[in-house]
Design a binder for this molecule. Structure first.
Ligand code: PLP
Length: 301
């Protein structure tokens, strides 16, 4: 090799040059493969529970059975921890020397409302005080005001046990036009029973009226309410307006459940006049009622 290189320097020089040129050309033409075809071992688990929190379901699945997923609304046990809202409200009112004449809360599946009213409803049931309790729901998903008192699944995935409640049927899907939450087909069984027995009232509002109240509240209080909470605000404002008309002084307590910073598109649509109302027809509701479980207890409902 050494002898050959000494004898044929030109050949060696040309060979080295060729290797260098080809190397540079190959380097310049080489494209990085962003998605190389590699196989990774993986397992896919599909769970179908529409409306369930993906993070909570993931945590439950990954725990290998150590954790269980429970619904965050509608089911009765949720009202228990939510009752902290009512207990704190009652304490705050006591410190102000007040007791509410009217308690107003937004109603989706009923958890925040059930928690807010719990201590006041306890007083009402015991005959100690007699506050009016008002549930405010969207006209596009009117489970209390237009639903049936029937046995139904608490979730749209039909996984939960059946519960007797005001429901639009677990197959009911509110219009996509509806901007806020509160799109549950059924109302907490405890609240449903209280409503059924006349301890609680319910009112339904179109979303444009709700956003009107939300914008008014944001301007006056500098708190941007969640569209869901704005249902309670609409209810409280209307109660106050009635008081102004009847010249009565009343203490109104309402639940402000959240802020609306993730709902700016809905606010923008409202402010640009692009928001409309969608109220289900009786035929729309009937489709939902047709999805109620066909069991003897639901016959004739
Ligand atoms: C901010 C906020 N408040 C209230 C609710 C109503 O849920 P629930 O009736 O279960 O309290 C929701 C959910 O839709 C919400 O996102």
């Amino acid at each position: 090799m050494v002898k050959f290189s000494v004898k044929k320097p030109l050949t060696v020089f040309v060979a080295v040059l060729a290797v260098l040129v080809l190397g540079v050309v190959a380097y310049l033409k080489m494209t990085p493969d962003l998605l190389p075809n590699m196989d990774f071992p993986y397992v896919v688990i599909v769970t179908t529970d529409p409306g369930a929190s993906p993070e909570a379901v993931e945590s439950a699945v990954q725990s290998g059975g150590a954790k269980r997923y429970v619904l965050g609304s509608v089911l009765n046990q949720v009202l228990l921890h939510q009752s902290i809202i009512g207990l704190e409200s009652k304490l705050a009112m006591e410190q102000l020397g007040e007791y509410p004449d009217v308690v107003v809360g937004c109603a989706g599946g009923g958890s925040n409302l059930g928690g807010l009213i719990a201590p006041f409803m306890a007083d009402k049931l015991r005959g100690i005080r007699n506050p009016r309790i008002v549930a405010v729901e969207p006209a596009s998903c009117p489970s209390l005001t237009r639903g049936k008192y029937a046995y139904d699944f608490c979730d749209t995935g039909r996984v939960t046990p059946l519960a007797r409640m005001y429901t639009l049927g677990c197959g009911f899907i509110p219009s996509a036009n509806h901007a806020g939450g509160l799109r549950y087909h059924g109302m907490s069984p405890i609240l449903s029973k209280l409503y059924h027995d006349g301890y609680m009232e319910a009112v339904a509002y179109e979303q444009t009226r709700v956003f009107e109240a939300a914008v008014l509240f944001a301007k006056r209080e500098t708190i941007l309410p969640a569209p869901e909470s704005a249902h309670a605000i609409r209810g409280a404002i209307d109660e106050a307006l009635r008081c102004r008309e009847s010249r009565e002084a009343k203490t109104i307590l309402f639940g402000l459940t959240g802020t609306g910073y993730f709902d700016m598109t809905a606010y923008e649509n409202y402010l640009n006049g692009k928001m409309s109302d969608s109220i289900p027809t009786d035929a729309d509701l009937q489709k939902g009622f047709d999805s109620l479980p066909k069991i003897p207890q639901n016959e004739g409902i």
